[in-house]
Ligand binder design. Structure first.
Ligand code: SF4
Ligand code: SF4
Length: 69
């Protein structure tokens, strides 16, 4: 397994220094994760301003329904 960066990535570079294994690099179109070295630590996901990180171990965030009182 490994985290992935999808095409929402805006190449801001914020995630780069966060990765403890140096698995994130700037790719041709978006930043990319090296699946061989990524340890699924998930430190990268919270810093991304556009939620471009996807990890197969983490289900998508459920939509929260708000009820009017
Ligand atoms: S999950 Fe951890 S090791 Fe993998 S790319 Fe993100 S910060 Fe790096
Ligand atoms: S923080 Fe998100 S938008 Fe910025 S480079 Fe990383 S994956 Fe792309």
């Amino acid at each position: 397994m490994s985290s992935l960066i999808n095409d929402k990535c805006i190449n801001c570079g914020v995630c780069l220094p966060v990765c403890p294994t140096g698995s994130i690099t700037s790719g041709a179109r978006t930043y990319v994760v090296d699946s061989d070295t990524c340890t699924d630590c998930l430190l990268c996901a919270p810093v991304c301003p556009v939620e471009a990180f996807v990890n197969p171990l983490v289900p998508p965030r459920p939509k929260v329904k708000t009820k009017k009182k």
